[in-house]
Design a protein around this ligand. Structure first.
Ligand code: BG6
Length: 364
């Protein structure tokens, strides 16, 4: 039961700090500044031999997979990317024995992800799973993996499961990194970041009233852009996905750098942009591109870090706490969940059961 909450989605959003604690619990080793994921079934030699990582998932699991691939590339220095599991098997993919395939799924029953895993394994590849539901089809089909311990998720729009997927990737990247070249200092830095995270998630969720006001403004638009770069781009994709899933507004995600190559033509006072602008090596370029939107009268909502100077950009500002830069994506994602939720609530939609969508799609 959603109980005192208006919906499961809100209940599950608010459970995120607790879910974030659970997924890392008992899996960090401070002495060696690493993570211990016993279920991966990968020994040190096998870990050092990985040449590439390919993440497979659908919907939100695909977007968080993109965040995860970046984490692995940054921390373990293994080339990594994510692909929509629903497309994967249709191009007769080359399966490489030294690639680690990673399937991501809340339900563990999504048919497209399951068939992608089967494609990998049929061709002799190794696939591990980041799965929430214990004993589910995908979990059983994989060579190993880790359970997310998010608890049951009922709302179609994934919130706490997604947060645990991201942290699952952080643990995986830390373990792979420490077996390879990640320094003990970087391992410690990441562990401290992971430990600080649940309270920071709580702090973002505590901004709900201000976010609700911004959401009501955004809900007036028929069409919106969500933009970000590098770590911010999968965040923008996930934000747009949530917005369209439950508010039924057209929400399109774009790389901020690509705006000038097309979508700028659509910017007007009627088309707001939600921009992800963390304090990182791309801040100035991001702000520069957003000035192009402001100059065309496009309303801006900027999700950024506390205290970051946005150089006079006219924007509604949403601040999130600072953590280690590799962990930024999840803190930048939480406000976008709250925005989508309150836009949908304001528009009077069924939050937990959006039209035309199922929690998990188990038939082709
Ligand atoms: C979709 C749901 O059909 O499946 C999405 O509407 C979800 O919300 C996606 O992210 C993947 O589901 P799962 O269970 O494999 O994570």
């Amino acid at each position: 039961e959603a109980g005192e909450h208006a919906s499961y989605m809100r209940k599950e959003m608010l459970e995120q700090p607790e879910a974030a604690r659970r997924v890392v619990s008992g899996r960090l080793d401070k002495r060696f500044a690493t993570a211990h994921l016993g279920g991966l079934n990968l020994d040190a030699r096998e870990t050092r031999e990985i040449q590439r990582v390919k993440v497979l998932g659908c919907g939100s699991a695909y977007y968080v997979g993109q965040m995860g691939a970046l984490l692995i590339e940054e921390l373990a220095r293994i080339p990594a990317d994510a692909e929509a599991a629903s497309e994967f098997r249709y191009r007769d993919p080359v399966i490489e024995p030294d690639t680690l395939y990673v399937a991501v799924s809340q339900s563990g029953e999504t048919i497209d992800t399951l068939l992608a895993v089967q494609e990998v394994r049929r061709k002799g590849g190794r696939c591990i799973g980041l799965v929430n539901v214990v004993g589910s089809a995908i979990a059983r089909e994989c060579d190993g993996g880790l359970y997310l311990h998010a608890g049951p998720e009922v709302a179609v729009a994934s919130t706490k499961a997604l947060t645990t997927m991201f942290l699952g990737f952080a643990l995986l990247a830390l373990q792979l990194g420490r077996v390879r070249d990640l320094s003990i200092a970087d391992g410690r830095r990441l562990i401290a970041g992971l430990e600080a995270l649940p309270e920071q998630v709580e702090a973002v969720l505590a901004q709900e009233d201000a976010l609700a006001e911004t959401a009501r403004e955004l809900a007036k638009a028929e069409s919106l852009f969500f933009v970000g770069r590098v770590r911010g781009f999968p965040v923008a994709r996930e934000g747009a996905q949530k917005f369209k899933e439950i508010s039924y507004r057209h929400a399109e995600a774009y790389q901020t750098s690509e705006l000038k190559h097309g979508p700028l033509a659509l910017i007007s006072p009627a088309v707001p942009t939600v921009a992800i602008v963390p304090d990182d090596e791309l801040t100035d370029r991001n702000v520069g591109a957003l000035h192009e939107i402001a100059a065309r009268g496009g309303p801006l909502v900027v999700v950024t870090h506390e205290g970051l100077d946005l150089g006079g950009l006219p924007a509604t500002r949403i601040d999130v706490p600072r953590n280690e830069k590799e962990l930024d994506p999840i803190l930048l994602t939480i406000p976008l969940q709250v925005l989508a939720y309150h836009a949908a609530l304001h528009l009077g939609h069924d939050i937990d059961k959006p039209r035309n969508l199922a929690k998990s799609v188990t038939v082709e």
